[in-house]
Design a binder for this molecule. Structure first.
Ligand SMILES: Cc1cc2nc3c(=O)[nH]c(=O)nc-3n(C[C@H](O)[C@H](O)[C@H](O)COP(=O)(O)OP(=O)(O)OC[C@H]3O[C@@H](n4cnc5c(N)ncnc54)[C@H](O)[C@@H]3O)c2cc1C
Length: 137
């Protein structure tokens, strides 16, 4: 069937209009949707944003355990703690272990690269954080 035949047989497809369509409801897509709506609200206007996610819900296709720097979520929601964002476990220590068949040897702090220092970050479920972002969007 040609597109013309399809149109004459079934009529035009149903369509919904949005100002912005974002493909992928991961942390980046949801943060983009939230920030766009925040910017529109700051200007006293409203925009329609649609997030297309192939998973059954936000967070369903996300790897789970992660260490998260809260810088970006603080920019998006300065009051994320009061809003109940699921960042509950601050990092309390960093250990880099060299494992052997019989045990493990801890790398001394002075040898640890600075990017291995996670103080100020949180141990999170990225699935839970993404789901929470989806609830705020
Ligand atoms: C093994 C591993 C460990 C990691 N550990 C950490 C860590 O400890 N700390 C940290 O900060 N970061 C970590 N990361 C990185 C972190 O997971 C990513 O930076 C983050 O998930 C990127 O978010 P995103 O929204 O760009 O993409 P994604 O999280 O990949 O989200 C993309 C979304 O788009 C959806 N999608 C894709 N294609 C389509 C389509 N065609 N139509 C509709 N939906 C679609 C997917 O289902 C998914 O939900 C890790 C990554 C990996 C792989």
């Amino acid at each position: 069937m040609s597109p013309q035949d399809l149109l004459s047989t079934y009529g035009p497809r149903e369509a919904m209009e949005y100002d912005v369509v974002i493909v992928g409801g991961g942390p980046a897509g949801l943060s983009t949707a939230i920030r766009l709506k925040q910017l529109a609200a700051e200007k006293g206007s409203e925009i329609n944003v649609c997030v297309l996610e192939k998973g059954s819900e936000p967070g369903a296709h996300i790897l789970s355990g992660a260490v998260m720097d809260p810088k970006a979520i603080t920019e998006l929601f300065p009051n994320w703690k009061a809003l109940g964002a699921p960042l509950n476990q601050p990092v309390t220590g960093d250990d880099l272990l060299l494992l052997s068949e019989t045990g493990a040897q801890r790398t001394p702090d002075w040898l640890m690269p600075r990017n291995f220092d996670n103080h100020g970050c949180y141990v999170i479920s990225l699935g839970a954080v993404t789901k929470w972002l989806g609830e705020q969007a």
